[in-house]
Design a protein around this ligand. Structure first.
Ligand SMILES: NC(=O)c1ccc[n+]([C@@H]2O[C@H](COP(=O)([O-])OP(=O)(O)OC[C@H]3O[C@@H](n4cnc5c(N)ncnc54)[C@H](OP(=O)(O)O)[C@@H]3O)[C@@H](O)[C@H]2O)c1
Length: 334
């Protein structure tokens, strides 16, 4: 019987500071039975993204504002247990923005049916939003050419590691920047990056100058702040700078200072563009098919960091900001 629903609610706004346990509140509510056109989903896996902290901060932007007391939003995978939408039947595996809870009752049109195969959980990562981000950020903004030098920050993360491998497929030389020797070794030995720089132990700017004397053609930035500033000083003529994220700002009290090296964008006739992956939603099916082929052919590798238990959802989100996740951060809740 599906009667009781554990839910994590937003309990505070973690603006300008690290997340704490008290930012979340767990409650138990009755399972909401599906109405006309609705589907009841039993969630089994949650996916985590740094943007979730931004949604709690409610600074505005590309998503609807959140409210204190609402179910913590987030992507998830689950199994249909009851359906009033003819497109879904019990037993179907689905993904959607289902939130941190055991059960979600949502309109069928908010769900995507996914295959129940060995790539099931990849629908939250490499075949989900992170993979789409890597694909469209590169194709539409990075525009890599064979022979280009591509530098990626946050390179061992879910998005960065896939972006780097797609750049390799495009024939580029790829340098990843990540925290710690283990992540750097994985980038080279498993993901096929040409070089990796441990930003916690090395002088990034000096190393980039050494490894890319001709400059950076495509700079993919997930981090922002001083790291972005250092790398802007090393761009090549006509460089493309892709601003994907700025995870370094999430725990600080203010926005980072403007990058003083931005003038190099003028000298080098470079372009710098931001993007939000959902703008390319209509093209997701094509990208998903291509990435799935690359996974099957071994050209794209990915890592999933799987934690367990819905009670651990807040601590699992915190892992992203502590650099504890190795690849896509997931949480199995049943
Ligand atoms: N534009 C879009 O549409 C879009 C879509 C999805 C994601 N994103 C953005 O892409 C970025 C990566 O997201 P993801 O889901 O792939 O997460 P992720 O990279 O798997 O996880 C976050 C990683 O960021 C690094 N990090 C954390 N704090 C840092 C700091 N202060 N300085 C430097 N590195 C830090 C850590 O790796 P280390 O151990 O290497 O430090 C951590 O493992 C995020 O900024 C996210 O918001 C953008």
């Amino acid at each position: 019987m599906h009667t009781l629903n554990r839910q994590w609610l937003i309990n505070a706004r973690p603006l300008g500071r690290a997340l704490v346990d008290e930012d979340f509140l767990m409650v138990e509510t009755p399972v909401h039975q599906p109405g006309e056109g609705e589907v009841l989903v039993q969630i089994h896996t949650l996916g985590f993204d740094p943007a979730q902290k931004g949604w709690m901060e409610n600074l505005g932007g590309y998503v609807a504002p959140t409210e204190i007391g609402e179910v913590m939003p987030g992507s998830a995978l689950g199994e249909v247990v009851a359906s009033n939408d003819p497109a879904f039947k019990p037993g179907d595996q689905v993904s959607g923005r289902l939130g941190w809870q055991d059960y979600a009752t949502v309109a069928g049109q908010e769900l995507r049916k996914v295959r129940n195969d060995d790539l099931l959980t990849a629908n939250l990562g490499t075949l989900g939003i992170t993979g789409m981000t890597a694909y469209f950020g590169l194709e539409k903004h990075g525009k890599p050419f064979a022979g280009d030098t591509v530098v990626i920050t946050g390179a061992a993360g879910a998005t960065g590691s896939v972006a780097g491998q797609i750049a390799k497929i495009a024939g580029c030389r790829v340098i990843g920047i990540a925290g710690g020797p283990e992540k750097c070794a994985w980038l080279k030995s498993v993901c096929g990056f040409d070089e990796a720089i441990d930003y916690k132990a090395e002088n990034v700017r000096a190393r980039v100058r050494e490894l890319a004397p001709g400059g950076i053609d495509v700079l993919w930035d997930n981090v922002g702040g001083p790291l972005l500033n250092d790398l802007l000083a090393e761009i090549a003529m006509h460089a493309r700078i892709v601003i994907c994220g700025g995870i370094s700002r999430y725990e600080t009290g203010q926005l980072p200072a403007g990058p003083e090296n931005y003038f190099n964008i003028i000298f080098k006739r470079a372009t710098m563009s931001g993007f939000i992956v959902i703008d390319y939603m209509t093209e997701f099916p094509t990208a998903r098919r291509r990435i799935a082929q690359w996974i099957r052919s071994g050209q794209v590798q990915f890592s999933e960091d799987i934690q367990h238990g819905l009670e651990n959802a807040p601590r699992t989100l915190m892992r992203l900001f502590q650099g504890l996740n190795f690849g896509k951060q997931l949480l199995k809740i049943r």
